[in-house]
Design a protein around this ligand. Sequence first.
Ligand code: PMP
Length: 754
Amino acid sequence: MSLGQVVALGAQILDVLGRPVDSIPPGQGSARLAEIRATAAGTAAGTAVDLAKLGADVYAVGAVGDDLLADLLESAMRGHGVDTGGLVRVPGTQTSATILPIRSNGERPALHVPGATRLLRLEDIDLDRVASARVLLLGAPDSLGWLAEHGLAEVVAAAKAGGAMVVVDVLGQGSPRDLGRLRGVLAEADWFLPNGEQICALTGRRDPVQAINDVLALGTACVAVTLGADGALVATRAGGEPARVPAIDVAVVDTTGCGDAFNAGMVAGLLLGAGPVDAARLGVACGALAATGLGSDAGIADLGQALGFLRDSGPHGAETADRLCALAGSETGAGAGRRPRAADRALRERALAVIPGGMYGHQAVGLLPAEYPQFMRGGRGARVWDVDGNEYVDLMCAYGPVVLGHQHPAVEAAARAQARLADCQNGPGAAMVELAELLVATVRHADWAMFAKNGTDATTMCCTIARAATGRARVLVARGAYHGALPWCTPRPAGTTPADRFNLGYYEYNDLESARAAVAEAGDDLAAVLVSPFKHDAGFDQELVEPAFARGLRELCDRTGAALILDDVRCGFRLHLGGSWEPIGVDPDLSAWSKAIANGHPLAAVLGSDRFRRAAGEVFVTGSFWFSAVPMAAAIATIRALRDEDAIGAMERAGLALREGIVDQAAAHGLQVNYTGPPQMPYLTFAGDRGHELASLFAAEAVHGGAFVHPRHNWFVSAAMTGDDIAAALAATDAAFAAVRRASAERDAHLAHN
Ligand code: PMP
C-alpha cells in the first residue's frame, strides 16, 4: 500500500550523533560513548525517511555537497526507500551536517554546518515531479538561500496547479523579519508545522495561540505547532480556537528528529484522509516514537506499528487509531487501493452552491455510476489520480486531448519555455507560423491553417468558410453525429430555436443513397457536407467508414461545388498523422481539429485547401485566447513527438493488446460483447443491454478497480500506455466482467422466476 507521492524539498542533512555526552573531555582527553550513529535528518530528509517508513513514495529534492557525507546521506535515505533522484551534488561545497552530542537526559546541543542546502536552484527541480505529487513538503524554506526568494513561488505554484497539498516547516528559530520573507510561501501553504519556539520567534509573540492566529492571517490554511511535552496545537482558518492534542509519555532517549517525525505522522494522517486533529494525533505518536531511540530515524517502524502505539496511548488515541485504521484498511480491502472520496464529496458540495448543477457538459458525472470521481488531481503518462489520490489507468484521456500521455516531457518543456516569455499577447508568437507550416507539411489535404480554441470553434468555422466560399447556406450532417455544443449542433435542444438548425440537412452515416437524397433536397443551396472519420456517436457501437461512402461524398461535393468538411476533432492525430481519411485516399476541402493536437493544451485548428483560402481570409473569426502562444508551442512539440516517437503505432499496438485482452475476458466470462471502433478509440457494449445497464455496471466496476473507462462514450488509448498499464487495466476489466456476469445471472434467474 502506498500513501501516495510526496516531494520532500529542503534541508537534506547528515546527522552524526553520539550518546551519552554530558561533557566534552578537557584538552586532548577522550571519552567512551555507548553509541554513535549517522542518520538522514533535517526538515526534508528526516521527514522523508519517516514518511517512507509510514508508506509514502517519497522523492527527495535538495542540494548536497560532493563528498562522503552526501554518499552516506543518500545511502541512508535509499536504505529507507526514499528516491534520492532529486538530490543535486554541488561541487566544492560540503553537505549540510550536524554533530549532536546527546546528553543522558535526551537534550541535544547541535554543532551545525549549513553547507549545500542553500545552493539549490530552480533549474535543479523537476517541476513535473512536484506537480504530480500529492504533497509538497517544503522543509526549511528559511534555509534555501537564493531560491527562497527567486523561484520557490514557482515550485509552490507547480504543486498547487497539480493539486498537491503544500506543507511547510522551518529549520531555524527565525525572527519577525524572516516571517516577512516567508509570507509568500505561507500564504499558499495548506499546512505550516513549526514548533512552539519557532512560531513565537517568527511572529514576535509569547503566546503560541496568538502566533498561530498571526500565521493564519497571512493566508495559511492550517497550522499545527509542536510543544514538546505539551503535545501539539492544531488550528485551521475555518474554525475557532486551536485544538490541543496531548503528548504521549515515553522514556526519552533523544529528541532529535521528533519534529520531523511529527510532520511525517501528520502528513501520513492527512494522506489517509484523516481530519486535522486525528492527523496531529498520529503526528504526536510518531514524534514520541522517534524520541525512544538515538537519531532522526529512530522509533518508527511502519504505519501499523505507529497506529498500534497510538491505540495503546489512551482512549482518545485508541479512537483515532481505529478511524485511521479504517481509512488505511479501505486501501487494502476489496477496493484494491481505493481511498474514500472525502475530497471529491466536499468539492461537489461546494460546487453545487456556485456552479449550476455542480458541473455541466460532457465531463459531468451526474449520469454516471457513483464510482466516478468528479474532480481530478493530476496525471502522468497513462495514469491519472482523482482528488482523493485514487489512481486509474487512463482510458479516456480527457475525452481525447491527451494523446502522448499526461505531462509528456517534450510538450511540457516547450509549453514552459514559451510560458516563460508570455502566453497571451497583443499578437501571436512566432509559434503560430511554425505550427501552420508543420500542419501543412503533415496533413495531406492542407494548404493553410487557422487556429481557435475548441472543436466547436473549428467545425463552426469550417461551415462559415464553406458558406462564404460558395455563397450558399445548407450544410448536411449525419443524423446523430456530434459536431459541438453551439446552438446549431448541440445535441440538447434547451435554449435553441428552430432557426439555429434551419440550414441543416441530414443523411445516414455510411449510406450513400441517403446522402444523395439530402444533396438533391438541398439543391443549389448546398454549401457543405460535414462528416466524421468514422461513426462514433455516443452510446452506440462504432462503425468504421466504408471507403466507397467516403469517395461517394467526395464525388457529390465535387459535382455540386460544395465543401467536403472532415470533422477530425475526435480522431485527428489518433488514427493517422496525415488526416484520418488519408489512408483511404479521400481528401476533404476543410478539416476541423482540436482535442489531440496539443496533447491537452487548449487549441483548435481549421485546415483547408487552396480553393477555400480566399473565403477563409474573408470571414471574421477570432477569440481573446485563440492566439495564445503556449498551446501553439505545445502543439508543435506534440506533432513532432507524434511523428518521431511513432505514437500512432504505439497507440495502435496498445489498443490491439487491450482489445485482445478484453475480448478474451468477455468470452471467458461467457458474455457477449461488441468491441468496436479502431483499436486506439474502442467502445464496449453488451449484447441485449437495454439502457446501458450492463455497460454502466461494467464501467463502475472497472473504475473501482482502477481502469477509467466510460459506459456511453468511446474510450481513448494514449501512446504512453505501457505493458504494465495494459495489465493493470485488464485486471480491472476482468473483475468488472465478473461483476457483470454475476448481475446478468441474477437478472436471468429473476426473469425465469417471474
Ligand atoms: N466534433 C467532434 C467529432 C467531437 O468529438 C467534439 C468534442 N467531443 C467536437 C466536435 C466539439 O469539440 P469541443 O468540445 O472541443 O468544442
